[in-house]
Design a protein around this ligand. Sequence first.
Ligand code: ZN
Length: 324
Amino acid sequence: MLVKERTIPLKILILSAILRRIPLSHARYQQISDELGRRQAGYEGEQSLDFYYRELPKLKYLIFHDLNLPDGDYNCQIDTLLLTPEFILIIDVKNMAGKLIFDTENEQFIQIKGEEEKGYSYPITQAERHQEYIKKLLAANHFPPVPVVYLVVISNSYASYVITGKNAYKVKPKVCKGDVMLKRIQDLEGIYTTPILTAKDLRKLSRLLLKMNTPPTGYLLQKFGIQRLELLTGVQCPYCKYLPMIRKKQKWFCAKCQHYSIDAHIGALKDYFLLIDMKITNREFREFMHIKSIDTAKRLLQASNLKFSGANKNRTYFPKTIPW
Ligand SMILES: [Zn+2]
């Protein structure tokens, strides 16, 4: 059963939002843009595996795509998590082209494409970190100790990979190409045959994972050394991307391209939830959207299909879903 559907990954949404809200001249603009490109390629790779996930028995497997679980200053981002009564499987997808080398001796990951050779962080270390995270989460919430395993899946069908070094035999069962993934999952079914998590445990764990899912904004801003105060505020023109639009004739007006928009603040509100906070008050809305009128802000917020709590001045609005 698909518990958490595939949507555009939060990291892609956040990186795109950052690029909308820093000047082109910003020292980190190119670096963030490159990271966004890599993440988009990765997302395409993940989508290419959906065909295989659909083949899994629906009753046995609970599927979660793009989980972002807070871990102190760090963020535990899992491409796909499969829950079963017998085991939990973390799937980390690598959508890279060329020849990929898992060097188990030096714990390196190398991509060779044409004449070019490039080093990347070792996927096994990352997967093991995610494995430890899930194990700790289970223990902290008093779930029975169900085995937690991982697979690194190479989704690019044109890529080839080799595993070298003295620990290759340990890593081999944990890496595969997309078209072999189902076979590897069947192997795991053959190894882990004892049901450990009850239906109630699975429901409880599903709820917990969904509740913990949070945009990893702080982590990404910190990674690129960007302060929240550096981010440009205001409503962006949907036609020419100019920032900020102004209120005119009860609409948003772009001084650059002269277009009007009724709902350009929705995009800005999405950026706010991704970059600043997951909740917003009338005052914060006015500051971010550059409007003076409390009543206009109230009207726009009430028409934005948000959840809210509190009354009058203390009312806080929240997105109904993440991403919103
Ligand atoms: Zn414009």
